[in-house]
Ligand binder design. Sequence first.
Ligand SMILES: NC(=O)c1ccc[n+]([C@@H]2O[C@H](COP(=O)([O-])OP(=O)(O)OC[C@H]3O[C@@H](n4cnc5c(N)ncnc54)[C@H](OP(=O)(O)O)[C@@H]3O)[C@@H](O)[C@H]2O)c1
Length: 241
Amino acid sequence: MQSSDNVRVALVTGGSLGIGYATALMLLKEGLKVVICSRRQSELDSAIGKLKEIGGDRIAGKTCDVRKYEEVASLFEFVEKTFGGIDILVNNAGVGLFASVEQMAVEEWHTVIETNLNSLFYCSHEAIPRMRKRGGGYIFNIGSLAGKNAFPNASAYNASKFGLIGFSEAMMQEVRYDNIRVSYILPGSVKTSFRGSNPNDPNSDWKLDPEDVAQVVIDLLHHNPRSLPSCVDIRPSKPKK
Ligand SMILES: NC(=O)c1ccc[n+]([C@@H]2O[C@H](COP(=O)([O-])OP(=O)(O)OC[C@H]3O[C@@H](n4cnc5c(N)ncnc54)[C@H](OP(=O)(O)O)[C@@H]3O)[C@@H](O)[C@H]2O)c1
């Protein structure tokens, strides 16, 4: 699972901010080549600027709306053209829109399901044949503890993240004999801009740092391939009471 110059290539969706950005940064520190994507060009450019300080020409980015299969397909062509292939996919891009089933607009429902669930299929569908050609790979799906615990006004988010677990487990069993590993990570609350939160709010000190989640990705990459930790829950040690 390595490119011809022995440097592995990773794609992180939603890599301009939060957990995706922290993961891209750590992968660069590990010496990998990394592509990030997000929808907004300005946020992407700003992230690439900062990541270049660590990664130099091992970082590249492209705008992509992961809800759109055609854009995902051209993103994978970009990865291949830029770095020669893909070894690691981090399906991280996600949104949270919260309202009761009665109040939620149909468009909002589609936004959550298409971003958090359909994108997993689009990206993995593109990644698997490319990884198989290179002898293997690793797909990480960033879920949420909301994929196991339902709560009111979260039907769309819960459905997308419960769905991520089923999708990940089925895919893991399909591809494991091709040396393609699949793990899904379920964080509790993380200090990011998710849902318009302020990651620097001192009242959020109890939450996970995005680096805590990124570290799980790095640890799993170093895990002895004889076994597969297919699911990792990660939660703040001392959540707010
Ligand atoms: N923060 C938490 O408390 C928490 C807890 C558990 C799980 N998670 C999960 O962790 C993942 C990352 O969340 P985060 O907290 O790091 O969020 P964040 O800080 O809001 O970052 C989300 C990233 O995803 C990108 N994105 C959103 N929609 C996209 C789309 N349609 N196409 C491409 N990129 C898109 C955003 O860029 P653009 O907006 O420019 O596209 C941004 O780069 C999500 O899957 C989330 O469900 C978060």
